[in-house]
Write a protein that binds this ligand. Structure first.
Ligand SMILES: *Cc1c(COP(=O)(O)O)cnc(C)c1O
Length: 421
Protein backbone atom coordinates (compact mmCIF):
# COMPACT_ATOMS: atom_id res chain seq x y z
CA UNK A 1 0.00 0.00 0.00
CA UNK A 2 2.86 2.34 0.85
CA UNK A 3 4.22 2.18 -2.66
CA UNK A 4 1.20 4.19 -3.88
CA UNK A 5 1.38 6.79 -1.09
CA UNK A 6 5.06 7.23 -1.67
CA UNK A 7 5.23 7.39 -5.45
CA UNK A 8 1.84 8.13 -6.95
CA UNK A 9 0.47 11.64 -7.39
CA UNK A 10 -2.16 13.03 -5.04
CA UNK A 11 -4.42 13.39 -8.06
CA UNK A 12 -5.74 9.84 -7.64
CA UNK A 13 -9.23 9.89 -6.15
CA UNK A 14 -11.14 6.59 -6.38
CA UNK A 15 -8.27 4.90 -4.52
CA UNK A 16 -8.93 7.10 -1.49
CA UNK A 17 -12.40 5.61 -1.07
CA UNK A 18 -11.36 2.02 -1.73
CA UNK A 19 -7.93 1.59 -0.11
CA UNK A 20 -7.20 -2.01 -1.06
CA UNK A 21 -4.97 -3.51 -3.74
CA UNK A 22 -6.85 -5.37 -6.47
CA UNK A 23 -5.26 -8.30 -8.17
CA UNK A 24 -7.87 -9.86 -10.45
CA UNK A 25 -11.40 -9.33 -11.65
CA UNK A 26 -14.13 -11.35 -13.31
CA UNK A 27 -17.62 -10.26 -14.35
CA UNK A 28 -19.07 -8.16 -11.51
CA UNK A 29 -16.35 -9.14 -9.04
CA UNK A 30 -13.05 -7.62 -7.98
CA UNK A 31 -10.50 -9.62 -5.98
CA UNK A 32 -7.80 -8.15 -3.74
CA UNK A 33 -4.31 -9.40 -3.06
CA UNK A 34 -5.48 -10.21 0.48
CA UNK A 35 -8.05 -12.63 -0.86
CA UNK A 36 -11.14 -10.47 -0.29
CA UNK A 37 -13.72 -9.96 -2.98
CA UNK A 38 -15.95 -7.01 -3.81
CA UNK A 39 -19.01 -6.63 -5.96
CA UNK A 40 -18.16 -3.93 -8.50
CA UNK A 41 -21.02 -1.43 -8.72
CA UNK A 42 -18.74 1.23 -10.16
CA UNK A 43 -17.66 -0.72 -13.24
CA UNK A 44 -14.97 1.71 -14.33
CA UNK A 45 -17.49 4.56 -14.19
CA UNK A 46 -19.35 2.85 -17.01
CA UNK A 47 -16.34 1.52 -18.93
CA UNK A 48 -17.09 -2.10 -18.05
CA UNK A 49 -20.67 -2.53 -19.25
CA UNK A 50 -19.87 -6.12 -20.29
CA UNK A 51 -18.06 -6.93 -17.02
CA UNK A 52 -14.43 -7.57 -16.15
CA UNK A 53 -12.59 -10.01 -18.42
CA UNK A 54 -15.76 -10.94 -20.25
CA UNK A 55 -14.97 -14.47 -21.51
CA UNK A 56 -16.31 -13.93 -25.05
CA UNK A 57 -14.39 -10.71 -25.53
CA UNK A 58 -11.29 -12.17 -23.89
CA UNK A 59 -11.27 -15.11 -26.27
CA UNK A 60 -11.56 -12.83 -29.32
CA UNK A 61 -8.70 -10.71 -28.00
CA UNK A 62 -6.45 -13.66 -27.12
CA UNK A 63 -7.05 -15.23 -30.54
CA UNK A 64 -6.20 -11.93 -32.21
CA UNK A 65 -3.00 -11.51 -30.21
CA UNK A 66 -2.07 -15.12 -30.85
CA UNK A 67 -2.27 -14.46 -34.59
CA UNK A 68 0.03 -11.43 -34.23
CA UNK A 69 -2.76 -9.07 -35.20
CA UNK A 70 -1.78 -5.39 -35.27
CA UNK A 71 -1.73 -3.77 -31.84
CA UNK A 72 -0.95 -0.18 -32.76
CA UNK A 73 -1.89 1.13 -36.16
CA UNK A 74 -2.02 4.94 -36.12
CA UNK A 75 -5.01 5.54 -38.40
CA UNK A 76 -3.99 3.04 -41.03
CA UNK A 77 -6.52 0.53 -42.37
CA UNK A 78 -6.58 -2.71 -40.44
CA UNK A 79 -8.82 -5.74 -40.56
CA UNK A 80 -9.76 -5.17 -36.93
CA UNK A 81 -10.89 -1.61 -37.63
CA UNK A 82 -12.73 -2.72 -40.76
CA UNK A 83 -14.57 -5.37 -38.80
CA UNK A 84 -15.54 -2.84 -36.13
CA UNK A 85 -16.85 -0.35 -38.73
CA UNK A 86 -18.88 -3.08 -40.39
CA UNK A 87 -20.41 -4.38 -37.15
CA UNK A 88 -21.11 -0.88 -35.88
CA UNK A 89 -22.83 0.09 -39.13
CA UNK A 90 -24.80 -3.10 -39.63
CA UNK A 91 -25.89 -3.81 -36.04
CA UNK A 92 -25.99 -0.38 -34.41
CA UNK A 93 -26.50 2.43 -36.91
CA UNK A 94 -28.61 0.84 -39.69
CA UNK A 95 -31.32 -0.72 -37.49
CA UNK A 96 -31.71 2.67 -35.78
CA UNK A 97 -31.88 4.52 -39.09
CA UNK A 98 -28.85 6.59 -38.19
CA UNK A 99 -26.27 7.63 -40.75
CA UNK A 100 -22.95 8.78 -39.37
CA UNK A 101 -19.33 8.84 -40.37
CA UNK A 102 -17.00 7.62 -37.66
CA UNK A 103 -13.99 9.57 -36.45
CA UNK A 104 -11.48 7.66 -34.33
CA UNK A 105 -10.13 10.25 -31.92
CA UNK A 106 -7.48 9.88 -29.25
CA UNK A 107 -8.62 7.10 -26.92
CA UNK A 108 -10.16 9.19 -24.12
CA UNK A 109 -13.66 10.59 -23.85
CA UNK A 110 -12.39 14.10 -23.44
CA UNK A 111 -10.59 13.88 -26.80
CA UNK A 112 -13.80 12.85 -28.57
CA UNK A 113 -15.49 15.89 -27.01
CA UNK A 114 -12.60 18.10 -28.16
CA UNK A 115 -13.04 16.76 -31.69
CA UNK A 116 -16.78 17.48 -31.67
CA UNK A 117 -16.34 21.00 -30.31
CA UNK A 118 -13.54 21.80 -32.77
CA UNK A 119 -15.46 20.47 -35.75
CA UNK A 120 -18.66 22.31 -34.80
CA UNK A 121 -16.75 25.59 -34.49
CA UNK A 122 -14.95 24.99 -37.78
CA UNK A 123 -18.08 24.06 -39.72
CA UNK A 124 -20.23 26.88 -38.38
CA UNK A 125 -17.41 29.42 -38.10
CA UNK A 126 -18.68 30.45 -34.68
CA UNK A 127 -16.87 30.21 -31.34
CA UNK A 128 -19.61 29.83 -28.79
CA UNK A 129 -20.91 26.46 -27.61
CA UNK A 130 -23.85 26.05 -25.25
CA UNK A 131 -23.52 23.52 -22.44
CA UNK A 132 -25.68 22.79 -19.41
CA UNK A 133 -25.60 23.12 -15.65
CA UNK A 134 -24.13 19.97 -14.05
CA UNK A 135 -22.74 18.81 -17.39
CA UNK A 136 -19.55 16.76 -17.39
CA UNK A 137 -17.57 16.44 -20.59
CA UNK A 138 -13.99 15.74 -19.53
CA UNK A 139 -11.05 17.72 -18.20
CA UNK A 140 -8.87 18.81 -21.13
CA UNK A 141 -9.17 22.57 -21.63
CA UNK A 142 -11.79 22.63 -24.38
CA UNK A 143 -14.04 20.00 -22.82
CA UNK A 144 -13.44 21.39 -19.32
CA UNK A 145 -14.90 24.72 -20.43
CA UNK A 146 -18.14 22.80 -21.04
CA UNK A 147 -17.94 20.96 -17.68
CA UNK A 148 -19.87 22.56 -14.83
CA UNK A 149 -18.17 21.18 -11.73
CA UNK A 150 -16.10 23.83 -9.92
CA UNK A 151 -13.67 21.29 -8.46
CA UNK A 152 -12.69 20.22 -11.96
CA UNK A 153 -12.83 23.72 -13.40
CA UNK A 154 -10.54 24.94 -10.63
CA UNK A 155 -7.82 22.62 -11.91
CA UNK A 156 -7.58 24.69 -15.10
CA UNK A 157 -5.86 27.62 -13.39
CA UNK A 158 -6.65 29.77 -16.39
CA UNK A 159 -9.79 31.17 -17.95
CA UNK A 160 -12.08 28.60 -19.58
CA UNK A 161 -13.76 30.21 -22.53
CA UNK A 162 -15.99 29.70 -25.53
CA UNK A 163 -18.91 28.15 -23.65
CA UNK A 164 -22.21 29.61 -22.48
CA UNK A 165 -24.10 27.67 -19.83
CA UNK A 166 -27.85 27.36 -19.59
CA UNK A 167 -30.03 25.48 -17.08
CA UNK A 168 -30.60 21.76 -17.73
CA UNK A 169 -34.13 20.38 -17.49
CA UNK A 170 -35.41 20.80 -13.95
CA UNK A 171 -32.52 22.98 -12.81
CA UNK A 172 -33.76 25.40 -10.14
CA UNK A 173 -37.24 25.10 -11.66
CA UNK A 174 -36.14 27.29 -14.56
CA UNK A 175 -37.25 26.51 -18.11
CA UNK A 176 -33.74 26.61 -19.57
CA UNK A 177 -34.91 26.04 -23.13
CA UNK A 178 -37.41 28.91 -22.99
CA UNK A 179 -34.59 31.10 -21.71
CA UNK A 180 -32.26 29.85 -24.45
CA UNK A 181 -34.78 30.49 -27.20
CA UNK A 182 -35.66 33.92 -25.90
CA UNK A 183 -32.02 34.97 -25.65
CA UNK A 184 -31.24 33.60 -29.12
CA UNK A 185 -33.95 35.76 -30.61
CA UNK A 186 -33.15 38.88 -28.65
CA UNK A 187 -30.63 41.20 -30.32
CA UNK A 188 -29.62 42.46 -26.94
CA UNK A 189 -29.77 39.15 -25.06
CA UNK A 190 -26.00 39.01 -25.00
CA UNK A 191 -25.81 35.41 -26.21
CA UNK A 192 -23.34 34.95 -29.05
CA UNK A 193 -24.98 32.60 -31.51
CA UNK A 194 -23.53 29.18 -30.74
CA UNK A 195 -22.02 26.75 -33.22
CA UNK A 196 -23.45 23.88 -31.21
CA UNK A 197 -25.26 22.70 -28.12
CA UNK A 198 -23.50 19.96 -26.14
CA UNK A 199 -25.74 17.84 -23.94
CA UNK A 200 -25.86 14.61 -21.93
CA UNK A 201 -29.22 12.81 -22.07
CA UNK A 202 -28.57 11.50 -18.55
CA UNK A 203 -25.94 13.48 -16.65
CA UNK A 204 -23.53 10.83 -15.38
CA UNK A 205 -21.29 12.83 -13.07
CA UNK A 206 -23.72 15.69 -12.53
CA UNK A 207 -26.16 13.60 -10.46
CA UNK A 208 -28.03 11.31 -12.88
CA UNK A 209 -30.42 14.02 -14.01
CA UNK A 210 -32.35 12.55 -16.93
CA UNK A 211 -33.77 14.73 -19.69
CA UNK A 212 -37.32 13.90 -20.80
CA UNK A 213 -38.09 13.00 -24.40
CA UNK A 214 -40.14 16.19 -24.78
CA UNK A 215 -37.28 18.34 -23.55
CA UNK A 216 -34.83 16.71 -25.96
CA UNK A 217 -37.28 17.11 -28.83
CA UNK A 218 -37.68 20.81 -27.97
CA UNK A 219 -33.91 21.20 -27.84
CA UNK A 220 -33.52 19.56 -31.24
CA UNK A 221 -36.19 21.83 -32.69
CA UNK A 222 -34.51 24.97 -31.36
CA UNK A 223 -31.18 23.84 -32.78
CA UNK A 224 -32.66 23.02 -36.20
CA UNK A 225 -34.60 26.27 -36.32
CA UNK A 226 -31.52 28.33 -35.58
CA UNK A 227 -28.84 26.53 -37.61
CA UNK A 228 -27.12 25.22 -34.46
CA UNK A 229 -25.56 21.75 -34.28
CA UNK A 230 -26.74 19.32 -31.63
CA UNK A 231 -24.01 17.21 -30.01
CA UNK A 232 -24.98 14.40 -27.64
CA UNK A 233 -22.19 13.33 -25.28
CA UNK A 234 -23.07 9.65 -24.88
CA UNK A 235 -19.73 8.67 -23.38
CA UNK A 236 -21.26 7.46 -20.12
CA UNK A 237 -24.95 7.02 -20.95
CA UNK A 238 -24.32 5.22 -24.24
CA UNK A 239 -23.47 1.58 -25.01
CA UNK A 240 -26.66 0.30 -23.39
CA UNK A 241 -26.34 1.95 -19.99
CA UNK A 242 -29.81 3.53 -20.09
CA UNK A 243 -31.44 0.46 -21.68
CA UNK A 244 -30.94 1.22 -25.39
CA UNK A 245 -27.63 1.42 -27.25
CA UNK A 246 -27.81 5.21 -27.52
CA UNK A 247 -29.39 7.10 -24.63
CA UNK A 248 -31.36 9.34 -27.01
CA UNK A 249 -33.19 6.53 -28.85
CA UNK A 250 -36.50 6.78 -26.93
CA UNK A 251 -36.74 10.50 -27.76
CA UNK A 252 -36.36 9.92 -31.50
CA UNK A 253 -33.94 12.83 -31.88
CA UNK A 254 -31.09 12.53 -34.38
CA UNK A 255 -28.09 14.46 -33.09
CA UNK A 256 -25.65 15.97 -35.58
CA UNK A 257 -22.73 14.51 -33.64
CA UNK A 258 -22.39 11.90 -30.92
CA UNK A 259 -19.41 11.12 -28.72
CA UNK A 260 -18.80 7.60 -27.42
CA UNK A 261 -16.02 6.22 -25.24
CA UNK A 262 -15.97 4.37 -21.88
CA UNK A 263 -17.70 1.08 -22.88
CA UNK A 264 -17.37 1.30 -26.67
CA UNK A 265 -14.11 -0.70 -26.51
CA UNK A 266 -16.05 -3.37 -24.62
CA UNK A 267 -13.22 -4.77 -22.55
CA UNK A 268 -12.22 -1.65 -20.66
CA UNK A 269 -9.66 -0.89 -23.34
CA UNK A 270 -9.12 2.77 -24.28
CA UNK A 271 -11.12 3.82 -27.32
CA UNK A 272 -13.20 6.84 -28.28
CA UNK A 273 -15.16 7.79 -31.37
CA UNK A 274 -17.03 10.80 -32.60
CA UNK A 275 -19.99 10.24 -34.92
CA UNK A 276 -20.98 12.98 -37.32
CA UNK A 277 -23.60 13.39 -40.00
CA UNK A 278 -21.77 12.86 -43.31
CA UNK A 279 -22.07 16.47 -44.52
CA UNK A 280 -20.28 17.66 -41.38
CA UNK A 281 -17.15 15.68 -42.15
CA UNK A 282 -15.21 18.76 -43.22
CA UNK A 283 -11.88 17.83 -41.63
CA UNK A 284 -8.69 18.06 -43.63
CA UNK A 285 -6.53 14.92 -43.26
CA UNK A 286 -4.70 14.92 -39.94
CA UNK A 287 -6.35 18.11 -38.74
CA UNK A 288 -7.41 16.44 -35.49
CA UNK A 289 -4.57 14.02 -34.95
CA UNK A 290 -3.46 11.58 -32.26
CA UNK A 291 -0.93 8.77 -31.95
CA UNK A 292 -3.27 6.34 -30.22
CA UNK A 293 -6.29 6.54 -32.50
CA UNK A 294 -5.64 3.00 -33.66
CA UNK A 295 -5.92 0.76 -30.59
CA UNK A 296 -6.65 -2.39 -32.56
CA UNK A 297 -7.11 -4.51 -29.44
CA UNK A 298 -10.01 -2.26 -28.53
CA UNK A 299 -11.40 -2.55 -32.08
CA UNK A 300 -11.41 -6.34 -31.72
CA UNK A 301 -13.29 -6.34 -28.41
CA UNK A 302 -15.57 -3.47 -29.52
CA UNK A 303 -16.66 -5.45 -32.59
CA UNK A 304 -17.03 -8.65 -30.58
CA UNK A 305 -19.18 -6.86 -27.97
CA UNK A 306 -21.49 -5.57 -30.72
CA UNK A 307 -21.66 -8.94 -32.49
CA UNK A 308 -22.40 -10.75 -29.22
CA UNK A 309 -24.73 -8.38 -27.39
CA UNK A 310 -26.37 -6.20 -30.02
CA UNK A 311 -27.37 -8.54 -32.84
CA UNK A 312 -30.86 -8.89 -31.38
CA UNK A 313 -32.86 -7.30 -28.54
CA UNK A 314 -32.13 -9.90 -25.83
CA UNK A 315 -29.54 -7.73 -24.12
CA UNK A 316 -31.87 -4.70 -24.07
CA UNK A 317 -34.55 -6.87 -22.50
CA UNK A 318 -32.06 -8.09 -19.88
CA UNK A 319 -31.05 -4.50 -19.03
CA UNK A 320 -34.71 -3.47 -18.71
CA UNK A 321 -35.45 -6.37 -16.35
CA UNK A 322 -32.44 -5.62 -14.16
CA UNK A 323 -33.29 -1.90 -14.19
CA UNK A 324 -36.81 -2.72 -13.00
CA UNK A 325 -35.41 -4.96 -10.25
CA UNK A 326 -33.16 -2.12 -9.07
CA UNK A 327 -35.93 0.43 -9.30
CA UNK A 328 -38.24 -1.66 -7.10
CA UNK A 329 -35.64 -1.77 -4.35
CA UNK A 330 -34.88 1.95 -4.64
CA UNK A 331 -38.63 2.75 -4.45
CA UNK A 332 -38.95 0.66 -1.29
CA UNK A 333 -35.95 2.31 0.32
CA UNK A 334 -37.17 5.77 -0.59
CA UNK A 335 -40.52 5.02 1.06
CA UNK A 336 -39.05 3.38 4.15
CA UNK A 337 -36.23 5.86 4.79
CA UNK A 338 -37.66 9.27 4.03
CA UNK A 339 -35.24 10.50 6.71
CA UNK A 340 -32.30 9.68 4.43
CA UNK A 341 -33.54 9.97 0.86
CA UNK A 342 -34.95 12.62 -1.46
CA UNK A 343 -35.72 10.70 -4.64
CA UNK A 344 -34.67 8.33 -7.39
CA UNK A 345 -32.54 9.58 -10.24
CA UNK A 346 -31.65 8.40 -13.74
CA UNK A 347 -32.96 5.50 -15.79
CA UNK A 348 -32.02 2.02 -16.99
CA UNK A 349 -28.92 0.73 -15.22
CA UNK A 350 -27.96 4.36 -14.79
CA UNK A 351 -30.04 4.86 -11.66
CA UNK A 352 -29.24 6.22 -8.26
CA UNK A 353 -30.84 7.38 -5.07
CA UNK A 354 -30.50 10.99 -3.95
CA UNK A 355 -29.61 11.34 -0.28
CA UNK A 356 -30.46 14.30 1.95
CA UNK A 357 -26.83 15.37 1.67
CA UNK A 358 -23.37 14.22 0.64
CA UNK A 359 -22.50 13.03 4.17
CA UNK A 360 -25.33 10.50 4.17
CA UNK A 361 -24.31 9.23 0.73
CA UNK A 362 -20.71 8.96 1.87
CA UNK A 363 -21.67 7.01 5.00
CA UNK A 364 -23.75 4.60 2.95
CA UNK A 365 -21.07 3.95 0.30
CA UNK A 366 -18.37 3.52 2.99
CA UNK A 367 -20.57 1.01 4.79
CA UNK A 368 -21.15 -0.82 1.49
CA UNK A 369 -17.39 -1.02 0.99
CA UNK A 370 -16.98 -2.51 4.49
CA UNK A 371 -19.47 -5.17 3.42
CA UNK A 372 -17.92 -6.05 0.10
CA UNK A 373 -19.24 -3.66 -2.52
CA UNK A 374 -17.59 -0.88 -4.51
CA UNK A 375 -20.13 1.86 -5.20
CA UNK A 376 -19.65 5.58 -5.83
CA UNK A 377 -21.56 8.85 -5.63
CA UNK A 378 -22.35 11.58 -8.14
CA UNK A 379 -23.95 15.02 -8.11
CA UNK A 380 -22.88 18.55 -7.17
CA UNK A 381 -22.45 17.55 -3.52
CA UNK A 382 -21.80 13.85 -4.13
CA UNK A 383 -25.27 13.23 -2.73
CA UNK A 384 -26.46 10.61 -5.23
CA UNK A 385 -25.52 6.95 -4.63
CA UNK A 386 -24.94 5.68 -8.14
CA UNK A 387 -25.65 2.03 -9.04
CA UNK A 388 -23.29 1.28 -11.91
CA UNK A 389 -22.96 -2.48 -12.07
CA UNK A 390 -21.88 -4.16 -15.32
CA UNK A 391 -24.93 -4.51 -17.60
CA UNK A 392 -24.22 -8.23 -17.74
CA UNK A 393 -25.09 -8.48 -14.03
CA UNK A 394 -27.24 -11.51 -13.19
CA UNK A 395 -30.46 -11.30 -11.23
CA UNK A 396 -28.82 -12.85 -8.18
CA UNK A 397 -25.69 -10.66 -8.33
CA UNK A 398 -27.87 -7.57 -8.51
CA UNK A 399 -29.85 -8.93 -5.57
CA UNK A 400 -26.61 -9.34 -3.59
CA UNK A 401 -25.65 -5.74 -4.33
CA UNK A 402 -29.10 -4.48 -3.37
CA UNK A 403 -28.88 -6.51 -0.16
CA UNK A 404 -25.52 -4.95 0.80
CA UNK A 405 -26.96 -1.51 0.05
CA UNK A 406 -30.10 -2.14 2.11
CA UNK A 407 -28.05 -3.43 5.06
CA UNK A 408 -25.89 -0.30 4.86
CA UNK A 409 -28.95 1.93 4.79
CA UNK A 410 -30.36 0.20 7.85
CA UNK A 411 -27.08 0.61 9.74
CA UNK A 412 -26.65 4.28 8.84
CA UNK A 413 -30.28 5.10 9.62
CA UNK A 414 -29.94 3.53 13.08
CA UNK A 415 -26.68 5.37 13.68
CA UNK A 416 -28.15 8.74 12.68
CA UNK A 417 -31.34 8.19 14.71
CA UNK A 418 -29.27 7.38 17.79
CA UNK A 419 -27.07 10.42 17.23
CA UNK A 420 -30.12 12.67 16.94
CA UNK A 421 -31.81 11.45 20.14
C1 LIG B 1 -16.17 10.18 -18.53
C2 LIG B 1 -16.84 11.21 -19.39
C3 LIG B 1 -16.11 12.06 -20.24
C4 LIG B 1 -14.62 12.07 -20.27
O1 LIG B 1 -14.06 10.86 -20.63
P1 LIG B 1 -12.53 10.58 -20.24
O2 LIG B 1 -12.21 9.28 -20.86
O3 LIG B 1 -12.47 10.55 -18.74
O4 LIG B 1 -11.72 11.70 -20.78
C5 LIG B 1 -16.82 12.93 -21.05
N1 LIG B 1 -18.16 12.98 -21.02
C6 LIG B 1 -18.89 12.19 -20.22
C7 LIG B 1 -20.37 12.27 -20.24
C8 LIG B 1 -18.26 11.29 -19.35
O5 LIG B 1 -18.97 10.53 -18.52
Amino acid sequence: MNIFKKHESNVQCYANNFPVVFSSAKGCWLHTEDGDRYLDFLAGAGSLNYGHNNPVLKKALLDYIDQDGLTHGLDMHSQAKGHFLESFNEKILKPRELEYKVQFTGPTGTNAVEAAMKLARKVKDRTNIVAFTNGFHGVSYGALAATGNQHHRGGAAMPLSGVTRIPYEGYADIDGLALFETMLNDNSGGLDKPAAVLVEVVQGEGGLNAASNEWLQRLEKICKGNDILLIVDDIQAGCGRTGTFFSFEPSGIKPDMVTLSKSIGGYGLPMAIMLMKPDLDQWAPGEHNGTFRGNNHAFVTAAEAIDTYWHNDEFETHIKERAEQLNQSLQNNLKQYSNLFEGIKGRGLMQGIECKNGDVADMITSECFENGMIIETAGPNDEVVKFFCPLTVSESELEQGIHIFEKAVETISTKLTRRAS
